[in-house]
Each structure stands twice: as C-alpha cells, then as structure tokens.
Design a protein around this ligand. Structure first.
Ligand code: C2E
Ligand code: CA
Ligand code: CA
Length: 572
C-alpha cells in the first residue's frame, strides 16, 4: 500500500520527530526531504560519524563528505532510483566515515513517502552499525538461547500445543568467507528483523548459536501455520536480495517440530529440531521439513552403527569377519576360487547386513582400514588354501572410497607380497559407476593392477550405470553379471536376449563372463547355453565363514570335494 504525505512537514517538526526518538534507540534515525534535499539525523550521530551537524541542506552533495568514497556510487545510484520512484524501500549496506575518517559499515534502511501527486517526497528510516555489538543478543537484537531454555523449561516437558520452527541460513560460512564477517552479521541482523516482523501474538523468536534462529508458537499453531511462517520469511528474503541488487544471494532452511505428543524437555526439543533442520539441508536446502519420527529412528540407528564400527576398527576389528562364496568354472563346475565378503556382527549378536554397514563404512572412511584388514586376511587364507588347490583364486571387492582416498594399489601389492601368492590368483572387483573410470585415480589403479598381473573384474554389470562402451575401454579380465540382471534375464525374454548379446560381445572382445545369482538347477539350465565362463550363486554355495568354507570346499576330505582340485559340484 502506498502512503502519501498530505502536508509537507516543517523542518522543526522533522527535527523534533527525530530527536524525540533518540533517547531510546541505539540506532540513528533520519529523515531525508527529497524535494528540498534536506537531511536530518539523530544528534548522537555527530559524535560517531564525520558529520559537522545533525541537519543540513544540499544533502546529496554533503554525503560526499562522510560516505566512504568507494561506496558513493552505490548510494548515488540508489538515491536516483528513489527519486525516480523505481524503488519504495531503501536498504543499503555501505560505509560511512567515523570521526577519525575510518570507514564503518552501516546498514541504512528507509521507506519512501510520496506526496499527493505521487512524487517521492521523504525517505524516512534508520541507520545502524552492523559491526557494532548490540545489547540483547550481540548481533541480532533477539533474545538468546538461555532465554529460550528458561522459557521452555518452565513447562517441565509438557508443552502447550503449537510448534517450533528452527531456521538456519544455508551455507552461512560462504557468506562470512566470501563477503566478510561484518556482512555476515548484517545478514543475521536483517534476518532477525525479518523474523521479528513476522511474529504474531503467541509466538516468540530467539537467536540460537551461529546462523540459527528459533521461532516458537505455543498458541495452538498447526503445521500449516509453521510452514506459512517459513514461506513468508523466504519471500521477504527474495525481495531483499532483489532490492539489494543481488549483492549477495542466500537462502534459508527450516525444521518444524510440532509440540503435540512431544517430550518437551529442552534438550529433546533442541535435538529433534536440529534433526528436522538437518533433514531440510540434506534434502537440498532452501526448504523446510517437518520432523519425521521414522526418519529419526533411522538416523539414530546409523549413528549407533557408525559408533560401533569405529569401536570395532579401533579394537582389532572385533566383530568383523570375512566370508567366502565359491566361484565355479561354468564348463565343469569345479571350484575356481571365492569372492571374499565382509561381515559385521554387533556385540549383542545382531548380524548387520552388508547393504547397511558397507555404505556407513564408506561414509566414515572406515572402509579404508576395514578393507585393508580384509585384504590381508583374505590373501593369507588364499595362500593357505593354495596348498590344497594350487591355482585357487580369491576376489576382493574395492570401494570407490578406497580407490579415491587411499594408496590402494600399494596396499594390494604389499598384501600379495606378504602372502606369497601369485598376483594372477588375486582378483579385484570394482564397480563402474559412470564417473569412476574417468578419474585418474581409477585409471592408475586399473592399469597398475593389470600391469602387475592382478585380475581386474568389473562388478555389478547390468545395474544402474554400467555402460557397454566401458567394456572395450577398460578391458577387464572378466565381467560379473549382477544377480538382479540375472533374475531379469531368467524371467523376461528381452532381458534374456540382451544378456546373450552382451556375453557374445564380451567373448568377441576376449573378456570373460561370470554370472552371479544362480540359485536353482532350473536357472542353471537356462543360463548354461549362454556359455558363461564362471558361475557364482547359492546353488554352488552361499558365503561361508572361513572354517566352514575350508571344511566344505577346500580340504581333500571335505564333503564338497569331488576331485583333488576341489569341486563345488556336489554342493547342489
Ligand atoms: P556383491 O559384490 O555384488 O556381492 C555379491 C552379493 O550377492 C553377496 O551379498 C552375495 O551373498 C550375494 N549373492 C551371491 N549369490 C547369490 C544368490 O544366488 N542369491 C542371492 N540372493 N544372493 C547371492 P552380500 O554378501 O550381502 O554383499 C552385498 C554387497 O556388499 C556386495 O555385493 C558388495 O557390494 C558389498 N560388499 C560385501 N563385502 C564387501 C567388501 O569387503 N568390500 C566392499 N567394498 N564391499 C563389500
Ligand atoms: Ca562383488
Ligand atoms: Ca556383484
């Protein structure tokens, strides 16, 4: 809504208004009469800034005396836009000179009032020093976390119906880093003001640490109201950014926690609202998320597992085991070797699925020590088993984290040397994920392994990213067809034909094929005509602990051993 000034104020009236508000304010108030080019500011501004008087004509010309030279064009441009009526709000962060002539960051905000003919007549607003620490909470003027904690705690866990909305600035570090801490403070102050302006009766706003704020509604506010609050602040930010000429662009995320049925202890409120805000950030930022108890349980489980994995790695890999699954020659079903597979058991006896713990090992980087441990363990067993089956091979899976963040080639060669086995009897399984093969780390590892005679195996073929073109480029020793692709090919003619084509093509390129996931004789009968080189699947054996594997598949008198070279055939 536009506001009009009916009668021009007299100079005395203007000065009186400004001085009237002086006593209670930390900020400096000003009135700028645009038509008469007359400027009037709180008198205490003359004590701080390079100002001879608190009121003067020829304002625009006088600005040159106390506005920092480099920021003058910015101000002039904004003044022009105000005069021409293009903008109705003035919101500029720039520098004035203090009494000694040093530049001081100020934030100048103001509103344009038009006369009855629609011509901009006055700019009225306030100036505050953004670098200066303010009374209530240093930067923002809001109450701080202690006040929030005191307020929430008085309800002794039983909170009135309503919500918490925790707001955080996205990538605030970048703002501080890129534009300076003072500018960061300025944004915080601005956001605090914006939040305060949106507060309704029954709501309160607090400044938490760093770049976070908490809005609290104990007056029955529902979820929609919380979302609306967040959206309103976001909308204000968008206009602010535009008004500021895109000087800096920033976004906020929000986490909403409803008080209904909530354990309202302060610590819990902080924990859960932090999680909700974290989810909003993890989901791409610039959005808000309502606290989801199921997601929170998953989060707790992950944290617990990460802690257990850390503990295990630091205590001699307690709880870790290596299992081995037989890989057979597709022409006679004789045992060729085994894939080593990592296992992890919690102290309470729970076995955690690799699908759950491997990604956590990757996330934490613990896959590097754990993978190294497995490598040494698996190769030393391979050396032991080669006494019974001389060309017995062991495959080891490598994660992209090991490839990108450790000296894994050196590790592998050391482990091979220490175990005393031939490099040709070690297979390294790697998954091509669409970008890995273009990384120099990957290329170096891949060619390094090949040069040293180690088998390089392309794992998980037929899932997600696997590109046919990379077969020709990478020339793996062989390709492992993922069991999900196998399952599709067993049930669908098109997928079956596709697999036939891929196998034929691979063979024509001189690459081997291993089909994974064969569980029954019937499935074997369907896959046999495709002439793969190796087969791995439950039909020939599930992953077994080292002792069981040794008993079942390696030792000459083991039940599964049909020939001196060992055979998994009798396992089915
Ligand atoms: P993968 O490398 O594709 O390993 C083969 C998975 O298929 C194994 O699951 C194996 O038990 C399962 N499998 C083999 N044949 C059959 C079958 O006939 N039927 C069925 N239903 N499943 C079969 P597992 O042991 O649960 O491992 C899952 C994944 O965890 C592995 O997939 C691999 O990506 C990862 N993983 C396991 N151990 C390691 C390790 O030491 N290092 C790394 N980086 N990843 C590992
Ligand atoms: Ca594998
Ligand atoms: Ca696989």
């Amino acid at each position: 809504m536009e506001e009009f000034v009916k009668n021009d104020l007299s100079m005395e009236q203007m000065e009186y208004m400004v001085q009237l508000l002086n006593s209670s304010m930390d900020d400096y108030l000003y009135i700028y009469d645009l038509k008469q080019d007359y400027y009037c500011i709180s008198s205490h501004a003359t004590e701080r800034f390079y100002l001879e008087t608190d009121h003067f004509y020829e304002a625009e010309k006088n600005f040159e005396k106390f506005v920092y030279e480099k920021d003058l064009p910015l101000l002039t441009e904004d003044c022009q836009r105000i005069r021409s009526g293009t903008i109705l709000f003035h919101n500029l962060h720039y520098r004035w000179l203090d009494k000694e002539g040093n530049p001081i960051w100020i934030n100048c905000r103001g509103k344009v009032l038009k006369d009855e003919n629609g011509v901009p007549a006055f700019l009225i607003g306030c100036i505050n020093e953004t670098g200066k620490r303010q009374k209530a909470d240093n930067t923002t003027g809001l109450l701080g976390e202690i006040s929030l904690s005191t307020y929430v705690s008085q309800f002794e866990g039983k909170l009135p119906k309503g919500f918490f909305l925790r707001i955080g600035i996205d990538d605030f570090k970048d703002i501080n880093g890129g534009l300076g801490i003072e500018y960061g403070d300025f944004i915080l102050k601005w956001l605090a003001d914006c939040i305060s302006e949106n507060i309704e009766p029954g709501q309160k706003a607090y400044r938490l640490f760093a770049d976070e704020f908490m809005v609290l509604d104990f007056s029955g506010g529902n979820r929609d109201k919380a979302i609306r609050f967040y959206k309103n602040v976001r909308k204000a930010i968008d206009s602010f950014i535009e008004e500021n000429g895109y000087q800096s662009i920033f976004t906020i995320s929000g986490g909403i926690l409803m008080t209904d049925g909530l354990d309202g202890e302060y610590e819990n409120v902080m924990k859960l609202s932090e999680f909700a805000l974290g989810e909003a950030k993890a989901n791409g930022k610039n959005r808000c998320c309502v606290f989801d108890p199921e997601h929170y349980q998953v989060f707790l489980r992950k944290n617990d597992l990460k802690a257990q994995l850390h503990h295990a790695v630091n205590h001699g890999f307690e709880g870790f085991e290596v299992h081995f699954q037989p890989i057979v020659d597709a022409s006679d079903y004789r045992l060729k070797g085994a894939e080593s597979l990592m296992r992890f058991t919690l102290p309470n006896g729970e076995r955690v699925s690799p699908a759950e713990f491997i990604p956590l090992l990757e996330e934490t980087g613990l896959i590097i020590p754990a993978g190294k441990w497995l490598l040494h363990h698996a190769l030393s067993l391979c050396a032991k088993w080669q006494k019974y089956i001389p060309d017995f091979r062991v495959n080891v899976n490598l994660s992209y984290v090991q490839v990108m963040k450790s000296q894994v080639l050196k590790e592998i060669m050391t482990a091979i040397e220490e175990s005393g086995i031939a490099p040709e009897t070690v297979g390294i399984e790697l998954t091509e994920s669409g970008y890995l093969d273009s990384s120099p780390h990957f290329k170096k590892l891949w060619s390094g392994l090949k040069d040293r005679g180690v088998q390089v195996i392309l794992d998980d073929f037929g899932t997600g990213y696997s590109n046919l073109h990379c077969l020709g480029d990478l020339e793996p020793t062989y390709i492992k067809i993922d069991r999900s692709f196998t399952a599709k090919a067993l049930n669908n003619q098109y997928e079956h034909n596709l697999m036939v084509q891929i196998i034929e093509m691979s063979h024509s390129l001189g690459l081997g094929i291993c089909i994974e996931g064969i569980e029954t004789k019937e499935e074997l009968a369907i896959m046999e005509p495709l002439a793969p080189d190796y087969i791995q699947g439950y039909l020939f054996g599930k992953p077994n602990g080292e002792n069981d594997f040794e008993q079942k598949f390696i030792l000459p008198d083991s039940a599964a051993c049909g020939t001196p070279a060992g055979s998994a055939q009798s396992a089915f």
